[in-house]
Write a protein that binds this ligand. Structure first.
Ligand SMILES: [Fe+2]
Ligand SMILES: [Fe+2]
Length: 254
């Protein structure tokens, strides 16, 4: 078969093989955070780079390829945890939509656990809010930041009780850290308190595993309320562009 007659899929296969072959000569340097999760204070790799064998930089052939100008949903599809992962936020947004919440709040539910699903669990409200802050209304990022604290505190006025799931996850006698309590106290008197509380009310923790919601259901809402940069997330120049780039290439050595 000549090059000219090769199909697109043949060429894609060849490219993939070539990338995997090049990967064999790469050293994957893990960030401290990966190792801390295993109780190790260690960064880098036990291997030493040298001629012909260097640290991996650029696209990681083990991960799904991303478009040059990735959108929010490209990250949902190609980087975020899939099951239950994105289904948790998609089903929460679906519930918010069914409950007749404003579009901005449906978006907040769609993004509320973006950190857990796509980035990092610890202090997920704060990381998640920071990631999307440049692209959404301030009320949306505020609500996402605060939902982490509000989840621990009931609000009878909207029928929100302490989550049973939290009793299973953390034990019946778990007490939130003082900074979470302080955040809750501050949030209570804020003008957007109820927006963050609405995330908690629609935060589906025992969702239906047989239902699959597709991100496309929220395409119009995202189009209207999430300012996707024309350069693609990570290629733009905002205070969180570097976070999107890290998600795209999580094992870059530097
Ligand atoms: Fe959350
Ligand atoms: Fe959640």
């Amino acid at each position: 078969m000549t090059v000219a007659t090769k199909s697109m899929s043949d060429r894609a296969d060849e490219l993939e093989m070539q990338e995997l072959k090049e990967f064999e000569n790469r050293i994957v340097a893990k960030s401290l955070l990966y190792n801390l999760a295993d109780g190790k204070l260690f960064t880098g790799s036990s291997e030493t780079p040298g001629p012909g064998r260097h640290y991996m930089m650029g696209e990681d052939p083990r991960l799904p390829a991303m478009p040059e100008k990735p959108t929010l949903f490209d990250f949902y599809k190609y980087r975020f945890a899939q099951k239950p992962g994105i289904q948790h936020v998609l089903q929460s947004a679906n519930l918010a939509q069914k409950n007749g919440l404003p579009e901005k709040m449906v978006l907040a539910c769609l993004l509320h656990d973006i950190a857990v699903t796509g980035f990092i669990r610890s202090d997920h409200g704060y990381w998640g809010a920071q990631l999307i802050e440049p692209y959404v209304d301030e009320e949306v990022s505020w609500a996402i930041r605060m939902h982490q604290a509000l989840r621990f505190y009931p609000d009878e006025s909207v029928g929100y009780g302490y989550p049973e799931q939290y009793i299973r996850m953390f034990g019946a006698d778990y007490k939130p850290e003082p900074y979470i309590e302080a955040e809750y106290q501050r949030a209570k008197s804020h003008k957007w308190y109820m927006s963050s509380r609405m995330i908690c009310v629609n935060d589906l923790y025992s969702f239906d595993a047989s239902v699959v919601i597709k991100p496309e259901q929220f395409e119009d809402i995202v189009g209207r309320h999430f300012k996707t940069p024309k350069e693609g997330l990570g290629n733009d120049n905002t205070p969180s562009s570097h976070m999107w780039r890290t998600l795209r290439r999580p094992c870059n050595a530097l």
